[in-house]
Write a protein that binds this ligand. Structure first.
Ligand code: GLV
Length: 309
């Protein structure tokens, strides 16, 4: 009855420490420390190698390290009997909202351009956009997207949201389903993607979608790299339809050194840092699920294998 933490390439000391703080009596192992795989009943995972979990025959639940579970849902070798859970944390949503606001303001004030001018000793001024005149569209109005939409609304933006279903009541205009996607897109001066990655949303930000955005629209991807068809995004920017993009997520990650995004003059890149899970903030909910599993109680923050999120 132990917890395994797996995330290749990531330093895991703070995770082990946070779980120990949550409950010192529960044994926590990294993969190289496991002596008896049949002892592992619960795992905390991020980007595990495919098939990795086959050796843990008594595994009953896996928690993602973050809000996204695409890395778990896509692994067909995880038996259906193993529950998948995700992290729901106000810090994650709050950090995402602050990042989204920073990137939106950076675009509105042309800050990337001024960094470039500084490097060239150039004194040049441009007009800028004001918050009250900007409509932001949020694709994906789940827990995080809904929070980001409300945050931007409070900051004074006009905000629309789009999701798979009508979902909860919202203070912003909410579009849903494929039928309403076009109407949603035509109002978005800035599009922010916060969708979960599923078979239905893979490649959703392609040239057909991008061409439905108004001329000069800006695209911000904070969801997953595979939402965007890279070459279509570059094409729509180079054709002059879009005013550029800010991308925080990529497929694959890290973004390969020779990828054209790196050199593109109006694509800004950050290395998947919009919202980082804080181990100390989420250890209690991970431990709670471990304890619920022990007691045979229903888990919290479970995801649907059918919906893939
Ligand atoms: C980050 O990408 C997460 O899924 O929390």
């Amino acid at each position: 009855m132990s917890i395994l933490i797996v995330s290749p390439g990531k330093k895991l000391d703070s995770w082990v420490e946070a779980l120990k703080e949550a409950d010192l009596s529960v044994p926590v192992y990294l993969p190289e420390q496991v002596q008896d795989p049949s002892d592992i009943t619960f795992a905390l995972a991020w980007n595990h190698p495919p098939g990795f979990f086959r050796q843990f025959t008594n595994l009953r639940a896996i928690s993602s390290f973050g809000a996204g579970v695409d890395h778990l849902v896509k692994d067909q070798q995880i038996p259906a009997s193993v529950a998948i859970t995700r992290i729901i944390d106000p810090l994650l949503s709050g950090d995402m909202a602050e990042f989204a606001l920073s990137v939106v303001l950076k675009h509105m004030r042309g800050l990337t351009r001024y960094c470039r001018y500084q490097a060239e000793n150039q004194w040049k001024k441009h007009r800028y956009l004001r918050i009250k005149n900007v409509r932001v569209g949020i694709m994906g109005t789940g827990m995080i997207g809904h929070h980001v939409a409300n945050y931007l609304l409070k900051a004074g933006f006009k905000v629309d949201g789009w999701g798979r279903t009508p979902g909860r009541d919202a203070a912003y205009t909410k579009y849903h389903g494929n039928d309403q996607l076009g109407d949603f897109l035509k109002g978005c001066q800035i599009l922010i993607c916060l969708l979960p990655l599923t078979s239905a949303t893979n490649g959703i930000i392609n040239k057909h979608l991008l061409r439905k955005l108004p001329l000069g629209a800006h695209v911000i991807n904070l969801g997953r790299g595979a939402h965007v068809v890279d070459k279509d995004l570059i094409q729509c920017i180079d054709e002059g339809h879009l005013s550029g993009a800010h991308l925080d997520v990529f497929d694959p990650e890290p973004l390969p050194e020779d990828h054209p995004f790196w050199e593109h003059p109006i694509i800004d890149i950050t290395p998947h840092v919009a919202s980082l899970t804080d181990p100390h903030s989420v250890a209690m909910q991970v431990m709670e699920n471990y304890q619920r599993l022990q007691k045979g109680e229903p888990l919290i923050n479970t995801v649907s294998r059918d919906l893939e999120y």
